[in-house]
Design a protein around this ligand. Structure first.
Ligand SMILES: *Cc1c(COP(=O)(O)O)cnc(C)c1O
Length: 450
């Protein structure tokens, strides 16, 4: 085994320190769970979800703005978040009948659900109207179907009209100016079948100014809609509150230093395809920035318009991690290949032509020995492309069979967007860490025998 040549590798990119997570990782619990479950698993920390939701609400309160937070459910399927939303009155943003069933089944009230997504299925619209959910209408034909459901169920349909962002004219979502004019007229004409509560958008990217600008435009639209006799007292600015995974210095150093030689097989990624793992303004601070831009908070108050937001990733910040077990280690010139007991389908970034960059942490089964060791991480499948990490990560020692590799902060989008029982490998279960009463106890997110 050639040891001394394995010490280079990609520039380090550690996640922000997290003493609570370190305590859990140091407690022996991950090794115990890995033994019991005999495969990879995800750890969930719902207390963090609660704290994140509370921090967003706090930012609204500080700005004197009435608002509502809706968790964008597609970011992670766990039921733990639904339980927490139900209890705290946090709303949920869903886009399918399955997501709506899950939210309602865990006790989230229909009135606290917003339905987004394009051309929503008939069954979804029916349940949404019956349960009094708020429906973000994406197209004129969809508006007709919503009115028909209201007619059929004799329940008024609560709607927002989703705006095609003028700054993202190629978006496939939303209504353009002309369509908005038609939709407003149609809502007015539909009378009691429709309660037109306002407007919405969802922008890609994380620009706070773009969100503030468009929000200001939607406030004006509310005022225009009221002239037509419509309710129009709220706007939704969607999601896209950045998560800050790592410190600025690490991120800048990584971006300037990383090169194809830092990756297995000379793989290269377009830097523009990397998630911006460092954001100076993130989460609730991004909301604060939006609210202060052009005094959006003041305009909302003055117009009597409520602010709805739909964060996904940001509510899950530091609320989970993913644990694999090392199944094999082999040497290549200058680095090693670690194979773990799962696949990159449980760490979704690979499937967007990108890589999840916060450094995985080695949890050795025994006292680690020897020199630092750079290695990429492969999945236990027969595909060349199934690399959990292409980058040659600088581990403190050569990983050994039975060690664990922990990917930090994976709850937002990484865990289950692309999960698949490919190769008949089991889906990694989600293990919830409950900390009520000062002790940390674990349970399954969904009971395997239920
Ligand atoms: C995906 C999505 C969100 C959540 O986006 P994040 O970047 O996770 O905050 C919110 N609203 C809509 C309409 C979405 O499609």
């Amino acid at each position: 085994m050639a040891v001394t040549t394995h010490t280079t590798g990609a520039p380090p990119l550690p996640a922000h320190p997290d003493p609570q997570l370190d305590a859990i990782l140091g407690s022996g619990l991950p090794h115990e769970l890995s033994y019991a479950l005999d495969g990879p698993f995800h750890l969930l920390m719902p207390d963090r979800f609660d704290a994140n939701a509370a921090a967003f609400k706090q930012a609204l309160t500080e700005a004197g703005v009435e608002g509502r937070v809706y968790y964008a459910k597609k970011a992670n399927k766990a039921s733990a978040w639904m339980d927490r939303c139900a209890l705290s009155g946090t709303g949920v943003d869903v886009a399918s009948a399955g997501e709506l069933r899950d939210a309602l089944g865990h006790g989230v009230r229909g009135e606290n659900v917003v339905i987004t997504g394009p051309a929503k299925a008939e069954g979804l619209l029916r349940v949404a109207v019956l349960q009094g959910c708020l429906i973000a209408v994406d197209a004129l034909d969809e508006l007709e179907r919503v009115i028909a459901q209201a007619q059929a169920t004799t329940r008024p349909a609560r709607v927002l009209l989703r705006r095609l962002p003028p700054a993202q004219p190629h978006s496939r979502f939303g209504l353009d100016d002309q369509e908005l004019t038609s939709a407003l007229a149609r809502c007015a004409e539909a009378g009691e079948r429709i309660v037109m509560e306002g407007f919405s958008f969802h922008l890609s990217g994380y620009d706070t100014r773009a969100r503030a600008d468009l929000a200001g435009e939607l406030v004006d639209l509310c005022l225009k809609a009221r002239v037509l006799g419509l309710h129009a007292d709220r706007i939704s600015i969607g999601g896209g509150f950045a998560v800050d995974y790592t410190a600025a210095e690490h991120w800048e150093h990584f971006l300037s230093e990383q090169r194809p030689d830092d990756y297995h097989a000379g793989k290269s990624f377009a830097v523009s395809d990397f998630y911006p793992y460092h954001s100076p303004v993130a989460g609730p601070d991004a909301l604060r920035a939006i609210l202060t831009t052009n005094d959006l908070a003041g305009r909302l108050r003055e117009a009597g318009v409520m602010l709805l937001l739909e964060p996904g990733r940001a509510l899950l910040d530091r609320a989970g991690c993913t644990v694999f077990r090392v199944q094999g280690v082999k040497d290549r010139p200058g680095y090693g290949i670690v194979t773990v007991d799962g696949s990159s389908l449980s760490l979704s970034e690979q499937w967007f032509n990108s890589e999840y960059l916060p450094d995985p942490v080695l949890l050795p089964a025994h006292e680690p020995q020897g020199e630092p060791y750079a290695a990429c991480v492969g999945g236990a499948t027969c595909l060349e492309s199934d690399m959990v990490t292409w980058r040659k990560v600088r581990f403190p020692a050569r990983p050994a069979v039975g060690d664990l590799i922990v990917y930090p902060n994976t709850a937002g989008y990484q865990m289950d967007s692309n999960e698949s029982p490919f190769h008949e490998l089991p889906l990694p279960p989600k293990v919830v860490l409950d900390t009520a009463g000062g002790t940390t106890r674990w349970r399954f997110d969904r009971h395997p025998l239920a």
